[in-house]
Design a protein around this ligand. Structure first.
Ligand SMILES: *Cc1c(COP(=O)(O)O)cnc(C)c1O
Length: 378
């Protein structure tokens, strides 16, 4: 018997060293547990950029109907939903890949394009999935700080070298809500060397009001380096079902489909998403709620004299300086208002607030004023 066996118990096999560079993901506590700990019962969650209205009744009905078929495997390639997406967005089904959330598409892209020693360029801060997927392939995440809370696209171009295989561009940007304009994106693409994949993450694109905002689908068929990611998690209220979709060059899509886990998107998600895609009324109501909510929150903070940053998404940053974001987060938590502290994003003077329903927005403003000690610096 060899000495690695301690008292007859063998050691677990070793994993590649590069996996030690990934910090374990810190998930927020479930609301029920927080409420139990704090002894409150009516907390509101404005922390995860979810849709404030809840799922569309049509999507819920479709999901419920799908439950009677749970003994069946789903359609592995999501044929029907893919056809419907192709029709809606004017492309071919072969340009579309479905994922268990767009998170999974990010992981599939990393698996296809990155190997040990490669590099992927992304902002600091950025969506946590980009560095996780990059590190999971043994590649290096090269981080480029934001300038004025927006992506520094020229800095990202300068960070590209011979080892770079991917660049992540997120617009509107989580967590700041900043946009990349069409002209800036065109200039950026002109500077990107051939052989580098540009992942354009448009998880919040439907919320954009600014007409200079980008529509990544305009690159489809024209520039095979661009992959556009969208999701059913935000505007379509289905975060809990996990369904994302990506538009890309057919050749790239075929590689993703080779490594895709069969049945990666589930039956209920596919059915609910189909219904969601035809519920235009509820999408319109969501947009109205979010846009009116944002304007109400801006006006409320203006009135109180607290600074914030305007956003093109369904969340925005509130500047709590000189206070610490985590401290303000904890104080709001005791009021039953859950927001997101930005400390782990390297922005310790900010909290991120997702827009809620009118009564939730009012409650946030009242609790925020209380926690911050009445008036701001206005
Ligand atoms: C929420 C979000 C997504 C979508 O994630 P899903 O896996 O589709 O739920 C993608 N990118 C960003 C930046 C996000 O904030």
């Amino acid at each position: 018997m060899d000495e690695s066996q301690d008292g007859g118990r063998p050691k677990a096999p070793r994993v590649p060293e590069y996996l030690d560079r990934i910090a374990p993901y810190e998930a927020g506590k479930p609301m029920e547990e927080l409420e139990r700990e704090l002894g409150i019962s009516d907390s509101i969650k404005l922390a995860s950029n979810e849709n404030p209205l809840g799922p569309s009744p049509k999507a819920v009905a479709a999901a419920t109907a799908a439950l009677s078929r749970l003994h069946r495997y789903p359609d592995s390639s999501g044929h029907v939903i893919t056809e419907r997406l192709a029709q809606k967005f004017g492309c071919r089904p072969a340009n579309i890949v479905l994922g268990n959330g767009s998170d999974e598409i990010i992981q599939m892209l990393a698996t296809v394009f990155l190997s040990e020693g490669d590099e992927a360029v992304m902002s600091e801060p950025c969506f946590l999935m980009y560095p996780i997927a990059t590190a999971s392939e043994g590649a290096l995440a090269v981080r480029v700080p934001l300038t004025g809370l927006a992506l520094d696209l020229s800095g990202m171009v300068r960070a590209i070298n011979g080892r770079t295989r991917m660049v992540f561009v997120n617009t509107p940007l989580n967590p700041t809500g900043a946009l990349v304009s069409k002209s800036d994106m065109d200039a950026f693409l002109a500077d990107i060397p051939e052989g580098v994949l540009v992942v354009l993450d448009e998880a919040y694109v439907e919320f954009v009001r600014d007409r200079d905002g980008l529509n990544g689908l305009s690159y489809l068929g024209r520039d095979p380096r661009v992959v556009v990611l969208r999701t059913f998690s935000k505007i379509y209220w289905l975060a809990g079902l996990r369904l994302g979709y990506g538009f890309m060059d057919e050749g790239i899509a075929s590689y993703l489909n080779r490594i895709r886990i069969p049945f990666n998107t589930n039956l209920v998600a596919q059915e609910a998403a189909l219904a969601a895609l035809s519920d235009d009324e509820y999408v319109a109501e969501t947009l109205r709620t979010v846009h009116e909510g944002l304007d109400f929150l801006y006006a409320g903070l203006d009135g109180l004299g607290f600074p914030y940053h305007r956003s093109e998404a369904n969340f925005f940053l509130v500047d709590v300086s000189p206070r610490d974001g985590r401290e303000v987060f904890n104080a709001l938590l005791r009021e039953g208002v859950i927001v997101r502290a930005m400390n782990s994003y390297g922005m310790p003077r900010f909290i991120r607030v997702s827009v809620g329903r009118p009564e939730e927005n009012r409650r946030f403003l009242a609790s925020f004023a209380k926690v911050m000690g009445g008036g701001g610096r206005g």
